[in-house]
Ligand binder design. Structure first.
Ligand code: ATP
Ligand code: MG
Length: 419
């Protein structure tokens, strides 16, 4: 026998006792996003490498060192998507979604891939649900998107989440701020970690959210973008806050929030949860008015993506359960086996979750199975019952049993399932 093949590092299976949680989060979010007029799209998992190189920016961690890039059989360079925004904007431009009129409101869900160091809350394949509002630059859009995210956390029942917002300026005000920042950082270079030193010229903003304690200390009075906003950016930021205040969305301004991706401008935000330790960002997003220009179009947009694994970790699962089968249809005799299967079939067609025996086991073994699966109602059918057109219903919750006409089982189930 050859050796057991295992999943590769950073890629893992999501077993049933976890997968239902992903579904729970995704279903609830799906329904929530739809309330605001967002519609689901499905985007490719693989894109031309150039889309991410141009759309995310070559000076970012993602493009520099986290992408899964390979040549296909034609020699074209392809990349497993590390995030969804670049694809969403590409799809908007390519599909002419401008013709929908107004703001294209879309969301997506699925696996993303980044070559990172796996640890709790950080994997190489992970699941994101992302939402994008493409087509308008107005601060009201930003306000509603952040409010929508906050309301989603309320609906999911996670309360200890903090929303942090910042403004990253625009091509008018960022360059002069950037040079001031670079000057400040160069004076400090000796004190910074090696990673930050490398970033001074290439991606100085990213230094602001370095997690190394000495860097944090040294950067306590670093110049920040929100003190250098141009008139328009400053007005935009004020309007966003005005909306959030009016909608009663709690938030804090954190001038050190920067996004890892180059195309962000103006509003940037993160939702963090202290319980997660160093992988504390549950969702992150912002405005990316410059992204489309990098990939051959021109349209403003804003969006966010949330990490399903991290949300799963901070959610309270008590009281929420993976749906159990409602019935076990057992056969008392060999002859009744097919009848049991047809009863199960009919109950399922009425919307119930039903188990039945497929291994020709004894009645006793079937009852044991039902018990192990925590199934409350066992329907037993044998030769006598077939002759009478009845079944025996055994209720494990109070250990009672009664014989009822088969029709009654169906009509009662139909009534319960209609509710
Ligand atoms: P971090 O600073 O934690 O690396 P990021 O800025 O790279 O996050 P984004 O690109 O903004 O993250 O992705 C949005 C969300 O996706 C994050 O807030 C997080 O919840 C989740 N996420 C990002 N990378 C991973 C990963 N490798 N494993 C699991 N979840 C992730
Ligand atoms: Mg990252």
């Amino acid at each position: 026998m050859s050796g057991l093949i295992k999943a590769i590092r950073g890629f893992s299976d999501v077993p049933p006792e976890e997968a239902w949680k992903y579904n729970y989060i995704e279903e609830l979010a799906r329904e929530h996003f739809q309330k605001y007029g967002y519609r689901e799209v499905r985007l490719p998992v693989v894109e031309a490498t150039e889309l991410f190189a141009r759309g995310i920016g070559t000076a970012t961690d993602i493009v520099e060192k986290e992408m899964y890039t390979f040549l296909d059989r034609n020699g074209q360079s392809l990349t497993l998507r590390p995030e969804g925004t670049a694809s969403a904007v590409r799809a908007y431009l390519e599909g002419g979604w401008k013709s929908w009129g107004g703001i294209a409101k879309i969301f997506y869900t699925g696996p993303m891939f980044r070559y990172e160091r796996p640890q709790k809350g950080r994997y190489r394949q992970f699941y994101q649900m992302g939402l994008e509002a493409i087509g308008a630059g107005h601060p009201e859009v930003d306000g509603e998107v952040v409010a929508l995210l906050h309301r989603l956390f309320l609906r999911l029942g996670v309360e200890d989440i903090t929303i942090l917002i910042n403004s990253l300026g625009c091509p008018v005000c960022r360059p002069s701020y950037r040079s001031e920042l670079v000057g400040f950082l160069q004076d400090l270079a000796e004190e910074l970690c090696s990673n930050c030193r490398k970033r001074i010229e290439k991606n100085p903003l990213r230094i602001l959210d370095c997690k190394v304690p000495t860097c944090r200390e040294n950067l306590s009075d670093v110049p920040v973008m929100i003190d250098h906003l141009c008139g328009e950016c400053s007005h935009h930021f004020e309007r966003v806050r005005y909306c959030l205040d009016g909608l009663d969305v709690p938030y804090a301004i954190d001038p050190k929030i920067v996004r890892g991706l180059d195309y962000y401008n103006r509003t940037a935000f993160e939702a963090i949860c202290g319980r997660l330790g160093s992988q504390n960002a549950v969702a992150a997003g912002g405005r990316y008015d410059g992204l489309a220009r990098e990939i051959g179009g021109d349209v403003p947009g804003i969006g966010f993506a949330m990490g399903i694994e991290r949300l799963r970790l901070v959610m309270e699962w008590k009281g929420l359960h993976i749906p159990l089968p409602e019935f076990y249809v057992a056969s008392a005799t060999e002859n009744a086996r097919l009848t049991a299967m047809t009863i199960a079939d009919k109950l399922r067609s009425m919307g119930s979750r039903v188990e039945t025996d497929l291994e020709t086991r004894s009645l006793k073994a079937q009852l044991r199975s039902a018990n192990r699966m925590n199934i409350r109602t066992v329907v037993i059918v044998g030769d006598d019952e077939i002759a009478k057109g009845t079944v025996i219903c055994k209720d494990f919750s109070n250990n009672t049993q009664q014989e009822i006409p088969l029709d009654e089982l169906f009509s009662k189930t139909a009534a319960v399932n209609r509710r």
